[in-house]
Design a protein around this ligand. Structure first.
Ligand SMILES: NC(=O)c1ccc[n+]([C@@H]2O[C@H](COP(=O)([O-])OP(=O)(O)OC[C@H]3O[C@@H](n4cnc5c(N)ncnc54)[C@H](OP(=O)(O)O)[C@@H]3O)[C@@H](O)[C@H]2O)c1
Length: 286
C-alpha cells in the first residue's frame, strides 16, 4: 500500500514539475527555465591573465558579454586570450595598467569605451602576490603593495566606472575575496589584512551605490583547481580536503559560474554579500 502511494506521489510530482533530480539524464536534457544572458553588457575583468581571471573572462564571454581583458605584465597571454575569444565570435579588447593607479584606470576606461562601449560590469580580480612569513618579519612594502592591489583597486575602479553605471541605473561590481579572511592562518597577514579591508570597502560601496541599481558583491574562493594545478598534476591535496565539507577542491569554473550569476539580472536583488565558493571549508556566520 505504502509503495502504491509513494509511486502515485512520484507520478504526480513528475506530472507537475517534470523529471526529478534523481533522474539525472532526463534532468540534464530538460531545457532550463533559467539561463544567464549578458548579451547587452560590457565587462571588465582585471587580472584576466591570471588563473581565475582567464576562466571568468571566458565564461562572461560565453554568456554573451563583450569583455575587456586587463593585464599588468603578461601582454602576450592577454592577447592570446583575446584572439581565442574573438575567433569564437566574442567581442573583446585588451587593456593594460597598474590597477591601483587612477590615471591608468581612466586610460583603460577611455580605451574600452572607444572599442566596446561603456562598462556595465567590473570584476576586481587582480591581486599582487607577496612573500609568506610571520607578521613581525614582513616589511611595510609588502603590506603596502597588497593593500594597493586589493583596496585601492576597488576604490579606483569604482571611482572611474560607477558614474556611467549610475547614469544608466544598472551596474555590477564584483570583487574576488578569499576564504582566508574567515580563517586565522599564519604567515599570510598582508593578504588577509588587505582582503578584510577590501571587504569593508565593498560593504560601504554596496550601501552607497544601491539606490542607483548597482549591486556590489564578493566571490570568495577556496583553494581552487586551475590550469596551474592541472599542469603540475597537484589537484588532489588530502590535508586541505579533509577540512572541506564536500571533501574535495573546487574548480576555477565554480568561481566563474558564481561570478556570471552575480553579474546577471538573476542576481538583481543581491548586494553587499560575500559568497564563499569553497565547498564548505568556511561558512559565513549566521
Ligand atoms: N587561485 C585561488 O585558488 C584563489 C583562492 C582565493 C582567492 N583568490 C583570489 O582570486 C583572484 C585571482 O587569483 P589568481 O590565483 O587567479 O591570481 P593570479 O593567477 O596570481 O593572477 C593575478 C593577476 O593580477 C594581475 N596583477 C598583479 N598585480 C597587478 C597590478 N599591480 N595591477 C594590475 N594587475 C595586477 C596579474 O597580471 P599580469 O600577469 O598581467 O602581470 C594577474 O593577471 C585574487 O583576487 C585572489 O585573491 C584566488
Amino acid at each position: 500500500m505504502t509503495r502504491i502511494i509513494a509511486g502515485a506521489a512520484r507520478r504526480f510530482r513528475r506530472h507537475m514539475f517534470g523529471p526529478l533530480p534523481d533522474d539525472p539524464a532526463r534532468f540534464a536534457r530538460r531545457r532550463s527555465p533559467v539561463s544567464i544572458d549578458l548579451s547587452r553588457r560590457v565587462a571588465l575583468v582585471t587580472g584576466a591573465t591570471g588563473e581565475l581571471g582567464r576562466s571568468m573572462t571566458r565564461t562572461l564571454a560565453a554568456c554573451g558579454a563583450k569583455v575587456a581583458i586587463h593585464y599588468y605584465r603578461s601582454g602576450d597571454a592577454a592577447q592570446q586570450l583575446c584572439d581565442q575569444l574573438t575567433a569564437s565570435g566574442a567581442d573583446a579588447c585588451v587593456v593594460q595598467g597598474d590597477i591601483a593607479d587612477i590615471k591608468a584606470v581612466e586610460a583603460m576606461r577611455d580605451q574600452i569605451e572607444a572599442t566596446l562601449g561603456s562598462v556595465d560590469i567590473v570584476i576586481n580580480n587582480a591581486v599582487t602576490w607577496f612573500e609568506e612569513g610571520p607578521v613581525v618579519d614582513q616589511d611595510a612594502d609588502q603590506f603596502d603593495r597588497v593593500f594597493r592591489s586589493s583596496v585601492l583597486q576597488v576604490w579606483a575602479t569604482a571611482r572611474v566606472f560607477s558614474q556611467p553605471m549610475k547614469d544608466q541605473g544598472w551596474g555590477r561590481i564584483i570583487s574576488l575575496g578569499t576564504e582566508v579572511t574567515s580563517q586565522a592562518l599564519i604567515n599570510r597577514a598582508p593578504y588577509t589584512a588587505a582582503k578584510c579591508a577590501m571587504d569593508g570597502m565593498m560593504r560601504s560601496l554596496a550601501r552607497e551605490l544601491g539606490e542607483h541599481g548597482i549591486t556590489v558583491n564578493q566571490v570568495a574562493p577556496g583553494w581552487m583547481i586551475t590550469d596551474r594545478d592541472r599542469r603540475d598534476r597537484d589537484e588532489v591535496q588530502p590535508e586541505y580536503e579533509r577540512g572541506v565539507a564536500l571533501r574535495r577542491r573546487g574548480y576555477d569554473q565554480d568561481v566563474a559560474n558564481l561570478t556570471a550569476f552575480l553579474a546577471s539580472d538573476l542576481a538583481a536583488f543581491i548586494t553587499g554579500v560575500r559568497v564563499p565558493v569553497c565547498g564548505g571549508n568556511v561558512m559565513v556566520e549566521a
